[in-house]
Design a protein. Sequence first.
Length: 641
Amino acid sequence: MGRSLSPIRRRRKQFMRWLLRENRHETGAHPQHPWWQVMCLTGVDYFSTLGYQPGIAALAAGSLSPLATLILILLTLLGALPIYRRIAAKSPHGEGSIAMLEHLLPWWQGKLFVLCLLGFVATDFIITITLSAADATAHIIENPLVPGFLHGQAVSITLILVALLGAVFLKGFREAIGLAVVLVGVYLLLNLVVIGVGAYHILQHPTVIQDWQTALWTQHQNPLLMLGVSILLFPKLALGLSGFETGVVVMPLVKGNPDDTEAYPHGRIHNTRKLLTAAAVIMSFFLLTSSLVTTLLIPVAEFQAGGKANGRALAYLAHSFLGNAFGTVYDLSTIAILWFAGASAMAGLLNVVPRYLPRYGMAPNWTLATRPLVLVYTAIAFAVTILFKADVEAQGGAYATGVLVLMSSAAFAVALAVYRRRSHRGTIAFTLITLVFLYTTVTNIIERPEGIRIAAFFIGAIVATSLVSRVWRSTELRAEHIEFDETARRFIAEESQGTMRLIANRLNTGDVQEYYLKEREVREDNLIPPADSVLFLEIQVVDASEFIDKIQVRGVQVGSYRILRAQSAAVPNAIAAILLDLRNQTGKLPHAYFGWIEGNPIQYLLRFILFGEGDIPVVTREVLRRAEPKPERRPGIHVGG
């Protein structure tokens, strides 16, 4: 009779079971929702920028703020939107724009390129979480009804908001989307009221329009100069471009049509395009109207540091024109959506990172579960918040850098895809869009270099931890599926009548002489009786940078010699997987024979990690040992020489 678990061990086991259990249906997919609900999840980030974007625009462009905002809107509708509508068709499973760039570079270069892009994804999404929570804290502290003792507690309040966000995602995506729909609906309605009241006030006092026009002509003497200055200034408004990458990353949450296929879910793609278009049009309307009313109605001094409209221009109008009661309701709505703006970033991280790092072997398998990742991202957000002391301005450069680099890479990927389709008009159009995004990115990096430094830290951390994980997991079995063709199955059936003996061979000339010499050498070294038949097993390395394999084994006959041939990312792992599969198929333990290799073990270790080869018999045995804990059930490994 077995001993029962102690209460502590039982609770620990229950906690681990809960932690690693997916918040998904049995199909392995997230619950799906109508596109407009998912738009609200991505929109908590996108629309929440109204909390600070008008103030940033006025501070950066002054009286030119509406014109600079108009240029931003044109770039949104004519640049970002067409790009991401195309990306939606190319990455319908949530890979994002990175999927279109993944295969530009072969081998390890491609993996490192993706890791760098994931570094910018992490910069964008993590800073979205921390910056939005910090800005929500600023709105809490600035509200006139808030007790004064909270004014020095910005970091503590921000940490509490980040922890609450993490708690929502520990509960599940369904709860996150339901909350997002409510927050976005209320917030947009309140903004519409504030902007409408501001527009009414402008109509009642047309002198504010005249004052604005006077300021424009005094500072900038002609329309061309106004346009030129606005083009130079609009990169400072780049925060208003956030949300597009998240829109395609969370595509698995979008409900498609019943006839959608896994290969091409056209209904999901169509609905995601509606999501992106609706979000861009709604945001463009609010960006332009909010920029107009705040520029015309708020004194310039109030936008400066320490002013009542600094970072909260629409909140200033809400308090000024509708009273502190409505203003407080508006503040609460702004605080809620800014706090939850990190939800779209968290959803994006939970969808995009597991699609790359585990597949590369650069993250543990537990990263495929949602809850452990939520805890990891929350801990990172804690560290960033403490490091930057919950300062919105200090994090703004990193946020804009992450957004713009991703959009520039997405534009480049689309331009390259259109070029390969030999569409000359489309190539010119998307190349121009790419150049505009590159200009915006470079300008932002020059003006706010701290952003690229923060991104470099995230890139370095991801690359370092990914490589450590890849080395740590290098002796896993790694084969996702093994398939034998008809000839290979016939060879196996013939060999299973007696002792199964496989000679590992590195293919050279592939002629009868090669197999004759190899068989003679192995039989002499291992004293294999002449009457016992043998199979040859050959693994060709195709891309050692890959990690998970779908191995297809072909049967080939050269003269009287029978060969099993396959391609894989790593020779030892593929041999071990095939041997175990043969054991399971036939019920017999196969025996594999190798030649002895002499040389520097460190050199062979590096060859195995980088090139998938190295000291093959030793590594094969280690892979088998990890995959099969019972020694009596492990295939035999024999080394001669």
